[in-house]
Design a protein around this ligand. Sequence first.
Ligand SMILES: Nc1ncnc2c1ncn2[C@@H]1O[C@H](COP(=O)(O)OP(=O)(O)O)[C@@H](O)[C@H]1O
Ligand SMILES: [Mg+2]
Length: 233
Amino acid sequence: MTPLLEARGLRKRFPSGDAGWLDVLVNLDLMLARGEVVAIVGASGAGKSTLLHLLGALDRATAGEIALDGVAYGRLDAAALAELRNRRLGFVFQYHHLLREFSALENVMMPLLIAGRSRDRARSRAEQLLAEVGLAGRMTHRPAALSGGEQQRCAVARALVHDPDVVLADEPTGNLDHGNGVMLADLFFRLARELETAVVIVTHNRQLAARADQILLLEDGRLTPVREVEALP
Ligand SMILES: Nc1ncnc2c1ncn2[C@@H]1O[C@H](COP(=O)(O)OP(=O)(O)O)[C@@H](O)[C@H]1O
Ligand SMILES: [Mg+2]
């Protein structure tokens, strides 16, 4: 069976200093099944965000290959990669990246409009998801009028609204206090399971990592399975 998302022999190097190179990812492999939730942990600077950028087709690998449903990113041109990002992937970052000039509702409708859905259908689906994340009473608010936790819940609704195959989340609770972090994690996991969306989540939060199907440690440019959350550094 073809995995949903597969990375093989992935390498990423950045130019560093004068004529030097920084090898961030070295021969990294990853397999993600449909609906599976994988947590990635690792020290600051280990390359977690770099890996998510590659998986999200936001940056190109130096070597190796990533494939979604058997289609290798390396064979796609820029337009096809944009299409893949818009239709099949969802993103949640540490800071929400909502569009400031638009309401919560418009922000959540956006991925559906980009995917070519009618305004009416986009609106009703976005309203439904905003209600599910507890923002029924905040739909017309702009991001600046929402609390940090509300902005992040809105970002989760936006990441899931177009029913992507995979959501990539980079420390989504990183800027939230403990209570809001737990609330966001509960919501995110519940919705991802309900919608059978696969998730790759980068997190420092052990409780959050413990809820994933697999926990992987990124160290020395590679991923290794973590059996017990207590063993995490
Ligand atoms: N665009 C870039 N150019 C040069 N170095 C980079 C770039 N992006 C990341 N790095 C370096 O790669 C390493 C991994 O960064 P990052 O993926 O952000 O780590 P993490 O998310 O695990 O904290 C760091 O040493 C960082 O400075
Ligand atoms: Mg990072």
